[in-house]
Structures are given as structure tokens and as C-alpha cells.
Design a protein around this ligand. Structure first.
Ligand code: MN
Length: 204
């Protein structure tokens, strides 16, 4: 094969054990090494299939191929964002910081109100999905998205600032079916500095 650029699994900026007790070492390792890795492998496999079909001049089912690609790329991108907006408790601030803190207060009235709405978005996600705080470049407003699977209900042009994975694979070992407990635990390990860095970057 040629020198096609492919996706790769990013390293975490902390150890697998560092997010305990909110996310256990076993849960985090499995999530990163197996689940996230599967999306990387999946996205690359689709790209290779597309390359091969072009080379051999065979037709692909574009509808199903692109749907699959969107799912895997979405999974890879969201997981990469997720690891980046997590931090061991005590390493990051407990509340939003910088311009993001100001924007959240302005949009939601208070951090508590934002937390309530984001929590509701996460807990009420049907099946597998994500809650995300994003920045709308058209209105300059922070906005919560509820993403189904990895790629449904995503708004184009919105920059994602903070995500929470609420697929069962994200919490089942630690919390069984109690998704709300996992969502509650998440607030202890949010890397607000990173979320603010993404926001300030998006404002440029
Ligand atoms: Mn996941």
C-alpha cells in the first residue's frame, strides 16, 4: 500500500489509575485500549477499503460505507476530546475558568444551571451517546449537544469544548446500570483548563 495517512490512538496525559475512584483503572484501560482503539481500527479499515476500490475500480456501496466511516471517525474524535477534557481530581479546577466561565454564566445564568442541563442531557441520552458542550461560531453562544451514537445530532461548525461519554462501555464495570452515578462522578474529574483552552482557541 501507499503512504496513506491513517488515524492513530492518542496516548492519555495521565495514568489509567489516576482517575479512580471516579473511573477505575480497569474501566479506563478497557475503554481506551479496546473501545477507542476499535474506532481507530474501524475508521482506517474503511479508508483502506475506499482506497482499494478506487485502485481496483470497483464500486462501493457509498451509503453504507460513509455511514460506517462517520460512525468510526466520530467515535475516534469524541474519545480523543474526552480524554483531553478529563484530569485527575485536584489537578484541575472544580469550576469553569477563564472566558469559558464568563460565557457559561452569561448563557446559563450560573454554573449550577449549566451543570443541571448538561447532566440532564447526559442522563437522558437514548441508548448510546454523548453530552457535549459546544461553541456556536454563528451566534458565539455556548450550547449543549446531545449526540446519539458518535455522529447523530452533531451540529456542523460547532466547536466541541467538553464531552462526556455515556455509552454503557464507559461506566458499566464501575457503576453497572447506574448512569446517573457516573455522570455525578464526572464533575470531579473535568479538566476545565482544557475546556477553556478549546473555547479561547475557538474565539480566535
Ligand atoms: Mn466510549
Amino acid at each position: 500500500m501507499g503512504t496513506t495517512n491513517l488515524y492513530s490512538l492518542p496516548k492519555l496525559s495521565f495514568d489509567y489509575k489516576d482517575l479512580a475512584p471516579f473511573i477505575s483503572e480497569e474501566q479506563l484501560r478497557l475503554h481506551h485500549e479496546k473501545h477507542h482503539a476499535a474506532y481507530v481500527t474501524g475508521a482506517n479499515a474503511v479508508l483502506e477499503r475506499i482506497d482499494k476500490a478506487r485502485k481496483e475500480k470497483t464500486d462501493l456501496d457509498m451509503k453504507s460505507t460513509l455511514k460506517e466511516l462517520s460512525f468510526h471517525i466520530g467515535g475516534h474524535a469524541l474519545h480523543s476530546l474526552f480524554w483531553g477534557n478529563l484530569a485527575p481530581k485536584g489537578k484541575a479546577s472544580e469550576r469553569p475558568v477563564g472566558l469559558l466561565a464568563t460565557a457559561i454564566d452569561k448563557e446559563f445564568g450560573s454554573f449550577e444551571q449549566f451543570k443541571k442541563e448538561f447532566t440532564q442531557a447526559a442522563v437522558s441520552t437514548e441508548g448510546s451517546g454523548w453530552a457535549a458542550l459546544s461553541h456556536c461560531l454563528l451566534t458565539n453562544r455556548p450550547l449543549i449537544m446531545q449526540i446519539e451514537k458518535h455522529n447523530v445530532n452533531v451540529y456542523p461548525m460547532f466547536r466541541i469544548l467538553l464531552v462526556l461519554d455515556v455509552w454503557e462501555h464507559a461506566y458499566y464495570l464501575d457503576y453497572k446500570n447506574l448512569r446517573a452515578k457516573f455522570v455525578e462522578a464526572f464533575w470531579n474529574i473535568v479538566n476545565w483548563e482544557e475546556a477553556n483552552r478549546r473555547f479561547e482557541d475557538s474565539l480566535k
